[in-house]
Write a protein that binds this ligand. Structure first.
Ligand code: ADP
Length: 339
């Protein structure tokens, strides 16, 4: 390519024919201006013409010369386009390699996080066992007599330690689930009994918050095939959320019913704050809370629903959630009945 010529790039989709001819020394600047003026005049007369035509009409450039210049331009453009394509392919290759590297790093980080959570939760458990042990010894006066104020203080500490233990257990369960190591002990179990107990133990919390808690269950329900400990945990978690996210004078309703001929459906519905439609999937991500601000009004670790879904799915079931912002949410899933 002529070094004095501007480098043609595919971005220059309309090559500047006039300048190109001038640069080749086939036309003077003044003649180009004449041709452009002529082109404008023709356009004003309602007879628009291309620059090439104007140059020929004024006998400034011969048709053969013009054809040759245009052909050269097309060839230059084509090779510029090919070079740009090769360049683009190379860039795509490089970016793909970078992205693969980033993905690899991300999965290493995710593994590190899972290991960290697993280690830290076990590390936290050991000192907590000592704290709990000594609290028990003190509250039962095995280490000497205590006053009623001291007993009250110790009992508050015991409740706090139990809560801490629950959170550590959730973390351990989460890290097991993340590593695909959560074990299921499926057996025939009485779901009605389990749900009745869960509702009973959530009653005082609901009352404290002015939330009406109701259980609707038929007198007879077939046993289901499930892990009682894990399903108990799921029900407690869903009940806990339903009560937590429901305002004073709202209600939480638990329904148990037979569906089809071999399923028992459990549903937990609340009249609480609800979840915006576009954020329904987010709530199942671990450590995710819709109110992520530092001044968030509801406590919690953001682990609950992620584990609930994993446990329900480990039973071969699916967790369904229906929610409307400001109106409430319903979480439900079926379990296999054993007739
Ligand atoms: P946590 O309750 O510890 O924050 P979860 O994983 O159980 O964690 O829930 C994640 C988020 O989903 C909650 O922080 C809340 O924003 C939303 N959420 C869960 N249950 C409900 C519910 N019944 N009503 C409204 N929002 C809910």
């Amino acid at each position: 390519m002529n070094p004095t010529q501007p480098k043609l790039t595919p971005e220059m989709l309309i090559p500047r024919l006039g300048e190109n001819i001038v640069q080749k020394g086939l036309l003077t600047e003044a003649d180009l201006r004449r041709a452009l003026d002529y082109q404008q005049e023709q356009t004003a007369l309602g007879k628009p013409c291309l620059l090439g035509q104007a140059l020929m009409d004024l006998n400034l450039v011969a048709r053969d010369t013009l054809d040759q210049v245009v052909t050269e331009q097309i060839i230059q453009l084509r090779s510029a386009l090919q070079a740009a394509n090769r360049n683009l392919e190379q860039r795509v290759k490089e970016r793909t390699a970078e992205l693969n590297e980033a993905l690899q790093r991300l999965s290493e980080l995710s593994q590190m996080k899972a290991n960290f959570v697993a280690n830290i939760s076990h590390e936290l458990r050991t000192p907590l066992t000592h704290v709990k042990g000594y609290l028990e010894l003190m509250v039962t006066e095995s280490l000497g007599p205590i006053s009623s104020e001291q007993r009250h203080g110790l009992q508050v500490s015991q409740r706090a330690a139990a809560k801490l233990e629950g959170m550590i257990d959730d973390l351990i369960m989460f890290s097991l689930a993340t590593r695909g190591e959560m074990s299921m002990k499926l057996e025939q179990m009485d779901l009605r009994r389990l749900v009745t107990l869960a509702v009973k133990s959530a009653t005082s919390k609901a009352e404290e918050r002015g939330v009406r808690l109701t259980l609707n269950a038929p007198a007879e329900l077939p046993p289901v095939q499930a892990d009682p400990e894990k399903i108990g945990w799921v029900i407690n978690q869903l009940l806990d959320n339903a009560i937590k996210f429901t305002a004073f004078e709202g209600s939480v309703t638990v329904d148990l019913k037979v569906e089809g001929h071999n399923l028992v459906q459990i549903s937990i519905a609340d009249t609480g704050i609800g979840i915006p439609k576009e954020r329904l999937q987010e709530v199942f991500e671990a450590f995710h809370q819709l109110d992520g601000s530092s001044t968030r009004s509801y406590g919690g670790t953001g682990l609950g629903l992620s584990l609930v879904r994993q446990i329900v799915e480990a039973h071969g079931s699916l967790l369904d959630v229906q929610s409307a912002e400001g109106k409430g949410s319903t979480f439900k899933f079926p379990l296999l009945a054993v007739n």
